[in-house]
Design a binder for this molecule. Sequence first.
Ligand code: SAM
Length: 224
Amino acid sequence: MNREQWTAVDHYFTDKLLEADSVLDTVLQENAAAGLPAIDVAPNQGKFLHLLARIQGARSILEIGTLGGYSTIWLARALPADGRLITLEYDPKHAEVAQSNITRAGLDQIVEVKVGLALDSLIQLHKENQGPFDFIFIDADKKGNPDYFQWALKLSRKGTVIITDNVVRSGQVVDETSTDPNIVGVRQFTEMVAKEQRVSGTVVQTVGSKGYDGFAIMLVTGEN
Ligand code: SAM
């Protein structure tokens, strides 16, 4: 098995199960044209997140790590007309491209892009009593995952679903000697989830067009 085969399988299921979507295709084209890295979730993963948010009945979503808004749009489309999604991005260029993509997708009434360091924005959201959110997607710098998880919990309620992307990192997560800040961040995050009494979580490994990685899926089972 190799990435070529995983990609072929991704394409097979994407062609069968995902409707043609010119809005999302344009998002990826605009991101590439603006020079953004192609590190958005894959289409089948975007739909996975969308379905999870719908299954959960989410009316409010917090996303940490916007890039060009690809996952943002998948998630926002899971919301009712009076729902809301706040997405956090520190790179002004990424945020500008995302805002334009979100507007083109007709979602600017329910999506707010907050520009700044995610940690600062999370502290601000908490101060402003903006929570609790029903669904939280963590997908920014991986070294920040322990902080993001802590603040996600503060912005949660019993029943909130928290998803963290890229927790497997081509299997490097099991290297306890790693000094790579991303691996250290993911391992610390995993320790925190393991010890956290208010959360029940698991990890699903993924392979596909974006390589070998995985999602952590957590349900907040206790009150803050
Ligand atoms: N969720 C996006 C998607 O699937 O379409 C992909 C997000 S990309 C993996 C990570 C994003 O997080 C990048 O746009 C990066 O600029 C942003 N980021 C990295 N560190 C950040 C920080 N400390 N605060 C806010 N955003 C950050």
